[in-house]
Design a protein around this ligand. Structure first.
Ligand code: PEP
Length: 252
């Protein structure tokens, strides 16, 4: 049985004080509403300490949006996974399409981060997804297969319980365009099939696959109703309680 997992990626939004205020109200709402799903929020690095403090005592997972692929050293501007662990952050989003698109992160770089995070027993949300051009030219499966094969290279079967996959079609991120529930389910089913062929049916069956791309209160129910959609990675609509709360309580 896969437990639903809904995450909010704040991207480069909300200052530490704004983030802490919102996180405290979210923690309160989560306590009251007790959503059935696991709830995660990913603030910017500088907001993490204040947000951790604000959600103390709740079940909300506080994650990082990225991390370095080194433990320490001369990497100006980077944040080490050891620094995150020291704060109490045990979950990291890796391979987001904005990291791939704007910061040149290749599947190989992402894989080195995945392996480093797993070596430190961190949980990883690994993002995959095709561009509009790749989808239009019929390369959806080829792209997903490559991102999974390279992104998960050398990940051991026993480490797969620490991996969540987020399927995020690039054309649906922040655009208001959403994949139809059928499109999302089809892509998720292909991801599960690929993970089964790389690992085993059992590992694929237990894999949590989130959908990301303009998820909102109005479409979350239909997406989550699909057999292979186990959660959501939400950008824009995760930035306010008014928008995020109805998403995490979609099943109520
Ligand atoms: C995201 O940032 O992962 C995302 C899916 O953004 P949005 O929900 O705004 O499309």
């Amino acid at each position: 049985m896969r437990r639903a997992y809904i995450a909010g990626n704040w991207k480069m939004n909300l200052t530490p004080s704004e983030g802490a205020k919102y996180a405290a109200s979210l923690a309160e709402a989560v306590k009251k509403e007790a959503p059935d799903c696991r709830v995660m929020i990913a603030p910017s690095f500088v907001s993490i300490p204040a947000v951790l403090n604000a959600v103390k005592g709740s079940d909300i997972i506080v994650a990082a949006q990225n991390m370095a692929n080194h433990l320490s050293g001369a990497y100006t501007g980077e944040v080490s996974p050891e620094m995150l662990l020291d704060l109490g952050v045990r979950t990291v989003i890796l391979g987001h399409s904005e990291r791939r698109q704007y910061y040149g992160e290749t599947d190989e770089i992402i894989n080195s981060k995945v392996l480093l995070a797993l070596s430190l027993k961190m949980d990883v949300v690994l993002c995959v997804g095709e561009t509009l051009e790749e989808r239009k030219s019929g390369r959806l499966e080829e792209v997903l297969k490559r991102q999974l094969e390279v992104g998960l290279k050398d990940v051991l079967p026993e480490e797969m319980e620490h991996i969540t996959i987020a399927y995020e079609p690039v054309w649906a991120i922040g655009t208001g365009e959403t994949a139809t529930p059928e499109d999302a389910d089809g892509a998720h089913s292909f991801i599960r099939f690929t993970v089964a062929s790389l690992y085993s049916d059992d590992i694929a069956k237990n894999l949590i696959i989130q959908y990301g791309g303009s998820v909102k209160a109005g479409n979350v129910k239909a997406l989550m109703a699909k057999e292979n959609v186990d959660g959501a990675l939400v950008g824009g609509a995760s930035l306010t309680l008014e928008q995020f709360l109805p998403i995490i309580t979609y099943s109520k």
